[in-house]
Design a binder for this molecule. Structure first.
Ligand code: B3K
Ligand code: ZN
Length: 875
């Protein structure tokens, strides 16, 4: 396969003004008529027309009315080239495709009898020949024709301009999108669906029609998505002055989707997982996920659609920015400062759990990659979540107002254009009169920077000197790194636990100072420091780095009890637990006896019983680092001892805080009608964490509680928490509970996904059990949600069994990657990433992992997607 480089970018040879598409929709054989008006791009040296096409049968090709013969064009792989074309052309292209055979779910496909499209990144070329690249923006008119009975609803981007009957049971609808857009934002839906709709008043007085389209049985699960959409529209108006630019905004839910959702202009298409919710079937986390994703896709209308990417290397321009926007939206919707902190803590957890490992593995790449084989492999946590951190750092450096000025200038300069990450950085710099040249390294250098801090208090001078130094480990293709521009937010705590006032160079900086670390090493001198302080570093996680400081236990306990920055308060607790977990793992590996110190248990007790703290925060503070986070701290990963150590710690906390946990369990009930507000969510989270800790002990009482909760719960959050406690304790009641759960929710696909996932991640579930579950009638290899819930959950979130000593987990992985690749390369490729960090395991495990990787790599028929991942892992 061919590697594509950012440095090789050239402008498109022809620009497209208008696109008229006609679809005769038939699952087996769809005819697509495409009429393009194009003109030569003066900015291009290339004179041939270049069109991409994939899995298409070309029926006819006409240029300015004249049919082209085989000699007038060349097809090489996915490229169709026409030489000697005039300056201005009208191209007419007729092609055939077979949506029902499309199991890759890219382009036009059939999901549960409905036509759905997914074009980002390069799916449009599976619908028709086209200059399918994001810097070609055109105006689209779309005519859809289909059987009326089977496909009563016909949707596309923009505004509906005409609809009617065609005779012989067919009907049509014509859609026009007034805004020029890149082809990856094209969408159509032809389906049997129903909708919840509402007129919504926009800030400028206009009314927009909002619709959420679902299958008939799901109309009772659309409220939350609709509410989330309205809140998103309002929020973007208020926070950024950005308005909805269409009269109509539609969301369509489909059960077969490769990712979460897609921001097609005016016609967002969603995985059902991010639309459907009511208390009976969806958990608190599902409710929050829906709000975030509905927001995310809506916000793309400005950051992504109105201003789009010049090329796919710039993906983070829209994704990092839009993730940042949805994060801020979620934070604002919670409102309280501790609620915001909990939201932030979740983001930090994701970064550490998924992005840091990516940055340290074979697939490490900069936020703006320099090359790729398959672009679909680069919709990563680095591009998305690290990209969002990069955007957040502008806000930390420039302040909220400065950031808004930068956003305003960005839209003023680039509305309607396809631009680069550098254009965003320039807008931020220019709007604030700042030089952000060095900041560019956050886009070009991969790897997670390490910031080392050392503090020295001078009692006689009353100064505190903070020495910060930075480095960044080598990553594939980047052995050496230059210093980053890192905002380090710092506070100093006195012995009483209160923040000390901060002064540097005579400037008063309040109680949190944003230090700018730009060199490999820098000293920052705080003056007028009355006592020897405890530093609170990287407050609110002000940069995506690993922070090293030789904290003593006493200092961490001080921060854990007092830090005014809730994220760092949580962080101190994580450090306390991590240190202990690593030691316990060592002891467990050596077969020694495990023990946990009182100091730690007391610190946990204090947090658990501190009623002045929000339940949501307490839950976060009491949650131990995951097994994969522990693994990440070890030179040689040993999954079983890690599991043993963490289970031991959970059981100790459960036993030694038994009374407090029980009291918490009882006091945090949320009686009455279910509500997905932040406070109730926090209470349920804390209550269910208490249940989980109690369930980690052998006490019978805990299982009785879980059983009772399972039977009496009136919402899915409490249901799955109870079921999870039973499963994880391997309780005698677990199998029966699982069966009851299945019978009750058999018709709710998203709940059955949970049923599979809970079993896939149980420490008692081995490969044989997973294979058995794959034979269950409800399992379906073609449905991405199902595959993720069973196969991917097992490979990515059941470390003990996946890394079984006999290598059976890896053999299973290879088999499934190969089987999936034949159906859906994107899903196969995601799964193939489960082996990313294989070099960090014991030599015995490594040997098995290598064997499995080589088995996949040795397949003659393999997609570029999987090929890229496994060959990078092996190289
Ligand atoms: N932009 C889409 C992701 C498309 C993934 C293509 N493999 C969803 C989003 O980020 O909003
Ligand atoms: Zn996005």
């Amino acid at each position: 396969p061919q590697t594509i480089y950012r440095k090789d970018y050239t402008p498109p040879s022809y620009l497209v003004d208008t696109v008229e598409l006609g679809f005769d929709l038939d699952p087996a054989r769809t005819i697509v008529a495409n009429r393009l008006t194009m003109r030569r791009n003066p900015a291009s040296a290339q004179r041939e027309i270049e069109l991409y096409g994939e899995e298409l049968e070309l029926v006819a090709l006409r240029l300015n009315g004249k049919t082209l013969g085989k000699r007038d064009y060349r097809i090489e792989g996915n490229l169709l080239r026409i030489a000697h074309a005039p300056e201005e052309v009208t191209l007419e292209i007729e092609t055939l495709c077979a949506p029902e055979k499309n199991t890759a779910l890219s382009g036009l496909y059939v999901s549960n009898g409905n036509f759905i499209t997914q074009c980002e990144a390069e799916g449009f070329r599976r619908i028709t020949y086209f200059p399918d690249r994001p810097d070609v923006m055109a105006r689209y008119t779309v005519m859809l024709r289909a059987d009326k009975e089977r496909f009563p609803v016909l949707l596309s981007n923009g505004n509906l301009v005409e609809e009617g009957e065609l005779g012989d049971g067919r009907h049509y609808a014509k859609w026009e999108d007034p805004f020029p857009k890149p082809s990856y934002l094209f969408a159509l839906v032809a389906a049997k669906l129903v909708c919840q709709e509402e007129k919504f008043q926009l800030a400028d007085g206009r009314e927009a029609l909002l619709q959420v389209w679902v299958e008939e049985g799901n109309l009772d699960k659309t409220d939350h998505a609709m509410q989330s959409l309205k809140r998103s529209i309002r929020w973007d108006e208020e926070r950024y002055g950005l308005e909805l630019d269409l009269d109509r905004f539609m969301i369509v839910a489909t059960g077969d989707f490769n990712m979460g959702a897609m921001e097609n202009k005016g016609l967002n298409i969603f995985n059902t997982k991010y639309v459907l919710a009511n208390p009976r079937v969806a958990t608190d986390v599902d409710f929050q996920g829906i709000e975030a994703v509905v927001g995310h896709e809506y916000f793309h209308n400005w950051t992504g659609n109105r201003v789009t990417c010049r090329d796919w290397f710039q993906l983070s321009l829209k994704e990092g920015l839009t993730v940042f926007r949805d994060q801020e939206f979620s934070g604002d919707m919670i409102g309280t400062s501790s609620g915001r902190a909990v939201n932030r803590i979740d983001q930090v957890r994701t970064l550490r759990q998924v992005q840091f490992p990516e940055d340290a593995g074979p697939m490490a790449h900069p936020v703006r990659p320099d090359s790729f084989v398959e672009i679909n492999n680069f919709y990563t946590v680095t591009v998305y979540e690290k990209g969002a951190e990069v955007v957040r750092m502008y806000q930390t450096l420039l302040g909220r107002e400065g950031f808004r000025k930068g956003m305003d200038l960005y839209f003023e300069r680039h509305d309607g254009q396809a631009v680069e990450c550098d254009d965003f950085r320039s807008a931020m710099a220019d709007a604030n009169g700042r030089n952000l040249d060095q900041f560019e390294r956050w886009y070009s250098q991969s790897g997670t920077p390490v910031v080392q801090a050392e503090g020295r208090y001078d009692e006689s001078a009353r100064t505190y000197t903070l020495k910060l130094s930075q480095s960044c480990p080598p990553t594939p293709g980047q052995p050496d790194k230059l210093p980053f521009h890192i905002p380090v937010a710092v506070g100093l705590l006195g012995a009483s636990g209160r923040d000390l006032p901060l002064t540097i160079d005579g400037k008063e900086l309040g109680t949190t100072a944003v230090l700018e670390l730009t060199e490999s090493e820098q000293n920052f001198v705080f003056s007028g420091v009355a006592e020897s302080p405890t530093p609170s570093l990287l407050r609110d996680f002000s940069a995506p780095v690993v922070l090293k400081y030789g904290y003593s236990d006493a200092e961490l306990l001080h921060l854990f009890s007092h830090d005014s920055d809730p994220v760092n308060r949580w962080e101190a607790g994580q450090r306390l637990s991590m240190e202990r977990l690593l030691k316990l793992t060592e002891v467990a590996a050596a077969g020694g006896e495990l023990s946990l110190d009182d100091t730690f248990v007391e610190a946990m007790r204090k947090i658990l019983t501190d009623d002045t703290l929000d339940p949501a925060f307490r839950e976060q503070a009491l949650l131990l680092p995951s097994e994969s986070m522990i693994a990440d701290q070890m030179d040689v990963v040993q999954p079983l001892p890690i599991h043993t150590a963490r289970q031991f710690m959970r059981a100790e906390i459960g036993a030694r805080l038994h009374n407090e946990l029980l009291a918490t369990y009882r006091s945090q009930q949320t009686p009455g009608e279910y509500s997905a507000d932040a406070e109730s969510i926090g209470r349920r989270a804390l209550k269910n964490l208490a249940l989980a800790y109690l369930g980690a002990t052998p006490a019978e009482q805990a299982l009785a509680l879980a059983q009772e909760q399972f039977s009496n719960a009136t919402n899915m959050t409490d249901r799955v928490a109870a079921l999870g406690a039973l499963i994880h304790a391997n309780a005698p009641a677990a199998p029966d509970a699982l069966n009851r759960f299945y019978d009750e929710f058999e018709d709710e696909a998203l709940v059955i996904d949970k049923w599979f996932a809970m079993q896939a991640t149980a420490a008692t579930t081995d490969v044989a059990k997973v294979r058995k579950l794959m034979k269950h009638p409800a399992f379906n290899m073609r449905n991405p949600n199902r595959v993720r819930s069973l196969i991917s959950s097992f490979c990515a979130a059941n470390p003990v069994q996946f890394h079984a000593a006999d290598g059976s987990g890896y053999a299973f992985w290879a088999e499934q990657v190969i089987a999936l690749d034949a159906l859906n390369p994107q899903i196969a490729s995601r799964l193939s990433r489960a082996m990313d960090r294989w070099r960090r395991y014991t030599p015995e495990l490594q040997a098995y992992m290598k064997q499995a990787l080589e088995k996949v790599a040795g397949q003659t028929k393999l997609s570029n997607d999987v090929r890229e991942v496994v060959s990078k892992a092996l190289s």
